[in-house]
Design a protein around this ligand. Structure first.
Ligand SMILES: Cc1cc2nc3c(=O)[nH]c(=O)nc-3n(C[C@H](O)[C@H](O)[C@H](O)COP(=O)(O)OP(=O)(O)OC[C@H]3O[C@@H](n4cnc5c(N)ncnc54)[C@H](O)[C@@H]3O)c2cc1C
Length: 487
């Protein structure tokens, strides 16, 4: 008899785990509460515009490739990748920095801003490349069970980099504030302030400048479609519109799930839903982490998002654009130190139809605007409207054009939607931040300490936030399940 495994949710980590577990021979069923798979990476199609609801930066292409290779496939069997050139543009108050698709182009841009800065940049990226190799090929593939996993010959000699911050490291080498912001940007994906992120995480800078920014034609949802197709071909049963209401436990064993009001039994349960929510599906006695535990943790930001359809092409923008024309430190304080709506928010704007015509009707532009905000703050229609006006006015000024009267589709997504659609803790967007005290074995565990056959995966556990880590998380938990429950 094959063990039966139920997976709660269908985000990147759950879909990844479903494929690995099926490969190990388990009978795997995925239950997703929403009407489509993909979790935070779902897709919105309206009036001919295609929007990725969540992730839009395709970084670390090697990790996607390795995922499909594990099943004898290649990414190109499912979708076409374009390397973006430029990768992105950063708008400062009085200047624009353009990040090209090669180190040579990026070095020339650094030298333009701060003559001679390409020399320390090359050194910084060379070190970041070594860190990437260690992090991705050695450290990140560990299940976060023991502190000794972090101790490898390579990390032992770099222990100092775990106690220095990326912010300090960058500031030691670069003096120009714009270059400092440029180099601090990649670690924002890890969910914490650069001044609270270990210097070792400069591997994100290698992911940025060394490996480049890619775009799957049709958008990030093409990756979800590819994984769904792979899972289905492998024999995974996928059920959408299926909400898990309770995880039933007898003694120390999870026995069944309440799904849309009916009871189904399974041998093993894996939750790819937000960790905090997953534990609330258990009776209190079986939960590992208390409300105080979650409250103390540094969560990655939430976001105020706008999906905008424009009836004309937008000038002077690239596929990815960062608007760093206000003070980053002040905005970061409003996210992490005294959670409140930021007065002058930084924001990100994405126009995938600049490079991919399939994502908007002819002559139109698909726009996605993101303001990072503190999780758990007030979310009202008035606040959303107020912030839309603020960023649109700045956008028009910095890109020197009027776009307000060219909006033919508009939708927003914020804290309340994150909570309603994904059962997200305080409406966080990217899970739990990767700070030193929330790294590896210090993160919520893949395997429940209280229930023998209950497991967790996704951005709140190891390795952390982001799509590539979610793919890895699904692999790690599958290996752990196989180790404990092979036939
Ligand atoms: C706006 C935004 C932008 C981002 N940008 C990037 C980016 O550019 N690049 C990048 O790499 N990463 C990015 N990220 C992060 C990345 O999207 C996430 O880290 C990743 O998608 C998380 O996947 P996951 O599997 O952990 O969880 P999720 O995608 O959250 O999946 C969890 C699933 O569980 C389901 N679920 C919850 N409760 C239940 C229940 N009771 N019953 C059944 N199902 C349930 C949910 O509906 C959801 O489908 C972004 C995230 C957001 C929100």
């Amino acid at each position: 008899m094959k063990h039966t495994i139920a997976i709660i949710g269908s985000g990147f980590s759950a879909l990844s785990a479903s494929c690995y577990l099926r490969k190990y021979g388990y009978d795997v069923s995925v239950y997703e509460k929403n009407d489509t798979v993909g979790g935070r990476a779902r897709q919105l199609k309206q009036k001919g515009f295609t929007f990725d609801i969540g992730p839009s930066w395709y970084w670390m292409p090697d990790i996607f490739e390795k995922f499909f290779n594990d099943f004898g496939k290649k990414t190109s069997d499912y979708y076409t990748l374009d390397k973006l050139d430029p990768a992105y543009k950063i708008f400062f108050k009085d200047e624009v920095i353009t990040i090209g698709d090669t180190m040579d182009k990026i070095c020339a841009e650094f030298d333009r801003i701060e003559p001679g800065s390409s020399k320390p940049l090359r050194q910084f990226i060379a070190k970041a490349a070594t860190n990437y190799d260690i992090a991705i090929n050695k450290v990140v593939l560990k299940p976060g069970v023991s502190p000794f996993e972090l101790v490898t010959p390579e990390t032992a000699v770099r222990v100092g980099q775990f106690f220095k911050t990326i912010s300090g490291d960058v500031r030691r080498k670069f003096k120009n504030p714009k270059l400092i912001s440029t180099l601090e940007f990649p670690v924002l994906f890890l969910g914490a302030k650069p001044s609270n992120t270990p210097a070792f995480y400069s591997f994100m800078n290698y992911a940025d400048f060394g490996l480049g920014t890619w775009h799957p034609k049709g958008g990030m949802y093409e990756v979800i479609k590819a994984m769904k197709s792979l899972a289905t071909t492998l024999g995974v049963h996928i059920h959408t519109n299926n909400t898990i209401e309770k995880i039933h436990v007898e003694g120390k064993t999870a026995t069944a799930l309440s799904i849309n009001g009916s009871l189904k039994t399974f041998d093993i349960i894996l939750s790819g839903a937000d960790y905090h929510h997953s534990e609330t599906l258990l009776d209190e006695v079986h939960r590992q982490y208390t409300p105080a535990y979650w409250d103390k943790k540094t969560f990655a930001p939430s976001s105020l998002l706008f999906y905008i359809g424009f009836n004309k092409k937008i000038e002077r923008v690239e596929h990815h654009n960062l608007f760093f024309d206000t003070n980053f430190e002040t905005h970061a304080e409003d996210i992490y130190d005294t959670p409140q709506w930021p007065k002058d928010p930084l924001f990100y704007a994405n126009f995938p139809s600049v490079t991919d015509a399939s994502m908007a009707p002819e002559g139109c532009e698909t726009g996605f605007f993101l303001i990072p905000i503190a999780p758990g703050i007030e979310d009202t229609p008035q606040l959303r409207a107020h912030y839309f006006d603020i960023i649109l006015a700045r956008f028009e000024k910095l890109t020197q054009q009027n776009v307000k009267n060219n909006i033919i589709f508009k939708s927003s997504f914020c804290i309340k939607d994150f909570m309603k659609d994904y059962n997200s803790y305080k409406g966080n967007a990217y899970g739990m931040a990767n700070t030193l005290s929330q790294t590896a074995f210090l993160r919520p565990k893949l395997k429940s300490k209280k229930v023998n056959n209950l497991y967790f995966t996704g951005q709140l556990t190891v390795p952390g936030p982001g799509v590539p880590p979610a793919l890895i998380s699904g692999k790690l938990v599958s290996e752990l399940i196989y180790k404990h429950h092979s036939h």
